[in-house]
Ligand binder design. Structure first.
Ligand code: PLP
Length: 396
C-alpha cells in the first residue's frame, strides 16, 4: 500500500477550514477597525463580533448576552472556576467539587485554589471512564461553591452524565460548570434545557484558529473579571477584541453544530471498525465505555509496547496519533486519566488515542488497520517484557 498522511489527532487540534478562513480574511486588512471605535470601520467590526456572539449562543442554546469571548478553553475554565471561587467565598463557600480526570486547565486551577484556602473534592471515575452523579451528590456540602465536571474527556472521549449532575446541583443550590471543549460540535448541547450554569469551549478543536474560546455564563451570575482593563465584553473581559478570530469562531461553531447527527452517522461506524480491527490484536483493551463516548474517539492500550515508540512509528507511516502519556520535564508520566480508570502504569504507557472526523475514508481506515498490527508486531519483537506478558509472568 502506498504511503499517505492521515490526520487522526483532531482532539489535539484541527485545521482552520476554508470556510472559516474566508470569513476571517476581510477582518485583517479591509475591516481592521477596533470594535470600540465610533466610525464605520469600528462599527462594522463591532457588528461582526455581535453576529459571531449570536452564532455561538445559538449553537449551545444560550442567549448572546450570556457569551463572553476569551483567548482559549483554558482561560474559560480558569475564569469560571476562579471567578466562582471569589464570588462564593464572599458568602463563606470555599469548597469545590471536580473529578480526578479533568483536563489540567481545570485540575491545575483547583490545585491553585487549594493553596489559597479552598477545599476541593475530587470525585472518582469508574473503570469505564464515567462519573456517577450520586458521587457528586454525596460530595456536596453546605459550603460548596461550585461543581465543575467535564462534558467529554479529552483522552478517552467518555461523555459524562451532565444533565443528571446539573439537576443535582440545582436541587442543592450549587453552581455547575462544564468544560465542553471536546464536546462542542460532536454532541447536541442546550445549556438552558440541560441546566448548565457555565460552559467552556475552544475554537481550535472545531476548525477555528488557535487562541480563541468562549465562556457561557448564565444570566444572573455576575463573575468577577479575570482580566482587568477596558470595557470590552460588557466590561467583564478587557482587551481589544480579536475580531478575525471571533468571526472565525462564529463561523466554525455554526458549521460544527448544524449537522451533528449526519456527521456522527458517518464517523461512528468507521471509528467502530478501527476499534474492532485493533482489538483483534492480543493483549489490547479499549479505554472508556464503548457507547458513551465521542463518536470520533478511540483510546486503546496495547500491552508490551511503549506508546511513544508506537507514535513515532505511526508517524513514519504517515499517521498522526497521540498517546495517553504526557512527557513532563524529561520524565515520562503515565496519563492521570488512564490511571484514574484503574490501568496499571505499564499498561497506561502503551496507550494510543486516535481522534477522527468525517473526512476520514474507508481506505484510510484500511491503511491504519494494515499499519498498526505490523508496527505493534515489530515493537513487541523488540520488547524486553513481551515474552513475560505472553507467559503470564509479572513485569513492570
Ligand atoms: N479542556 C479540554 C477538555 C481540552 O481538551 C483542552 C485542550 O486540549 C482544553 C480544555 C484547553 O483548551 P485550549 O487549548 O483552547 O486552551
Amino acid at each position: 500500500m502506498e504511503k499517505r498522511t492521515i490526520y487522526a489527532d483532531n482532539a489535539a487540534t484541527t485545521a482552520v477550514s476554508e470556510e472559516v478562513l474566508a470569513a476571517m480574511l476581510p477582518y485583517f486588512r479591509e475591516n481592521f477597525g477596533n470594535a470600540s471605535s465610533i466610525y464605520k470601520l469600528g462599527r462594522d467590526a463591532q457588528k461582526a463580533v455581535e453576529t459571531a456572539r449570536e452564532k455561538v449562543a445559538k449553537a449551545i442554546g444560550a442567549e448572546p448576552r450570556e457569551i463572553y469571548f476569551t483567548s482559549c478553553g483554558s482561560e474559560s475554565d480558569n475564569w469560571a472556576i476562579k471567578g466562582t471561587a471569589e464570588l462564593m467565598s464572599a458568602k463563606g463557600r470555599k469548597h469545590i467539587i471536580t473529578s480526578v480526570f479533568e483536563h489540567h486547565a481545570v485540575l491545575h486551577t483547583t490545585e491553585y485554589l487549594e493553596k489559597h484556602g479552598f477545599e476541593v473534592t475530587y470525585v472518582p471515575v469508574s473503570d469505564k471512564g464515567l462519573i456517577d452523579p450520586e458521587d457528586v451528590r454525596k460530595a456536596i456540602r453546605d459550603d460548596t461553591a461550585l461543581v465543575t465536571i467535564m462534558y467529554a474527556n479529552n483522552e478517552i472521549g467518555t461523555i459524562q452524565p451532565v444533565d443528571e449532575i446539573a439537576a443535582i446541583c440545582h436541587e442543592k443550590g450549587v453552581l455547575f460548570h462544564t468544560d465542553a471543549v471536546q464536546a462542542v460540535g460532536h454532541v447536541d448541547i442546550d445549556v438552558h434545557r440541560q441546566g448548565i450554569d457555565m460552559l467552556s469551549l475552544s475554537g481550535h478543536k472545531i476548525h477555528a484558529q488557535k487562541g480563541i474560546g468562549a465562556l457561557y455564563v448564565r444570566k444572573g451570575i455576575i463573575l468577577p473579571n479575570l482580566i482587568h482593563g477596558g470595557g470590552q465584553e460588557r466590561g467583564k473581559r478587557a482587551g481589544t477584541e480579536n475580531v478575525p478570530a471571533i468571526v472565525g469562531l462564529g463561523t466554525a461553531i455554526e458549521a460544527a453544530t448544524c449537522n451533528i447527527a449526519e456527521k456522527n452517522a458517518v464517523i461512528t461506524p468507521r471509528r467502530n471498525r478501527l476499534i474492532d480491527g485493533i482489538l483483534k490484536l492480543p493483549y489490547t483493551r479499549l479505554n472508556g465505555d464503548r457507547d458513551k463516548r465521542l463518536p470520533g474517539n478511540l483510546n486503546i492500550s496495547i500491552e508490551g509496547i511503549e506508546g511513544e515508540s508506537l507514535l513515532l512509528m505511526l508517524d513514519m507511516n504517515g499517521i498522526c496519533a497521540s498517546s495517553g502519556s504526557a512527557c513532563t520535564s524529561g520524565s515520562l508520566d503515565p496519563s492521570h486519566v488512564l490511571l484514574s480508570i484503574g490501568l496499571k502504569h505499564e499498561v497506561a504507557h502503551g496507550s494510543m488515542r486516535l481522534s477522527i472526523e468525517d473526512d476520514i475514508t474507508d481506505e484510510d481506515i484500511d491503511y491504519i488497520l494494515e499499519v498498526i498490527p505490523r508496527v505493534v508486531d515489530h515493537l513487541r519483537k523488540m520488547s524486553p517484557v513481551w515474552e513475560k506478558i505472553v507467559k503470564g509472568e509479572k513485569y513492570e
